[in-house]
Design a protein around this ligand. Structure first.
Ligand code: AGV
Ligand code: CA
Length: 315
């Protein structure tokens, strides 16, 4: 069946595109999904995830994979303009054609659902997180023994650049949003022996959403999967002249591609700690005696875009 993977996401545009892509990976067995309402809203995040599994999962996926609802709350909320994107994806006609949802909602909240799935697995499981780490931190508090079931964590979050992407009145701008939403959760996860592959802001510099990227998807829209990807990203502004606070990179999609095929990127070991409080909260800092993570520092954009296009074309 391929490697087992559990996916926790936060219902943004690229989180939902990531779920679609995971479902296309022939060598990945998705064992569970959970949704945390950070950079998105919970109800449309749950509904759209279940509809994406129905529409784009292989036959039988809807009766096997459950979607769990997180009851976690963050320290620093995302701007609601960004979070509104979840309603847009959930309303796309391609997801609403059948008018009925088959994929089940899990009975347990996200962190407990993940514990249940991990403990039930006879093989090590890859964790893919494209939002804050809160549900993993809580799962580790409740059942530290899950650490032995985790092959590795592939996470989109953090940055070692001077400048992050948080622009909030009481912050100095050094943090990345997923880390800023719940800095203590990053600290909790850093304080384990779990192998971590990190896609930080600098990892995605070479893969912004641009007009040529959009046009390539548009030219292939006869394939339902690429039409879906194009429709989702239609909600986001492309990079044209210069980066702004709303410029979109393929943050979560690159992270998902790394989970599917790590050979697409270059990684190096970086030792780091996280600042949990004060004006730099959520900032990840390189420190000689800090916790090692494998940081993605380079990607060939051509290969990456070819990879996600090929996956989407088969849908
Ligand atoms: O910091 C990147 C994370 C990713 O997980 N998210 C978006 C991706 O899902 C937060 C974010 C940063 N800038 C944004 C974000 C923007 N301009 N719009 C929406 N979300
Ligand atoms: Ca995300």
């Amino acid at each position: 069946m391929g490697k087992k993977l559990y996916f926790n996401h936060d219902a943004g545009v690229d989180d939902l595109v990531s779920l679609f892509l995971v479902l296309q990976m022939k060598d990945v067995e998705l064992i569970g999904v959970s949704v945390i309402p950070a950079d998105g809203y919970l109800e449309p995040g749950m509904a759209s995830s279940r509809k994406i599994i129905d529409r784009f999962g292989a036959p039988g996926t809807s009766s096997k994979v459950e979607v769990a609802r997180s009851n976690s709350r963050g320290r620093n909320p995302f701007p609601s303009e960004w979070r509104m994107h979840t309603f847009f994806v959930d309303a796309l006609p391609i997801l609403n054609e059948p008018g009925i949802i088959h994929t089940r909602e899990a009975a347990l909240p996200a962190h407990r659902h993940m514990v249940e799935q991990l403990l039930a697995s006879t093989e090590p499981v890859t964790l893919l997180f494209t939002g804050p780490l809160t549900d993993l931190a809580r799962a580790l508090d409740e059942a530290p023994e899950i650490e032995g079931k985790i092959e590795k964590l592939v996470w989109m979050g953090g940055t070692f650049n001077e400048k992050g992407n948080v622009q909030e009145p009481e912050h100095d701008g050094t943090a990345e949003w997923n880390a800023f939403w719940d800095p203590e959760a990053v600290e909790r996860v850093w304080n384990t022996g779990i192998k971590i592959e990190l896609v930080a802001l600098e990892s995605t510099n070479k893969v912004p959403l641009t007009v040529p990227v959009r046009n390539r998807w548009a030219s292939l829209r006869k394939h339902a999967g690429l039409d879906f990807v194009g429709q989702c990203y239609a909600a986001c502004p492309p990079l044209v002249y210069m980066e702004t606070n709303s410029t979109y990179y393929l943050w979560d999609v690159l992270t998902t591609a790394v989970a599917g095929d790590p050979s697409l990127v270059q990684m190096k070991t970086v030792h780091s700690t996280v600042i949990a409080d004060g004006p730099s909260q959520g900032r990840t800092v390189e420190t000689a005696n800090g916790r090692p993570v494998s940081l993605v520092y380079d990607v060939e954009p051509e290969r990456f875009f070819d990879y996600i296009t090929a996956l989407s074309q088969n849908a």
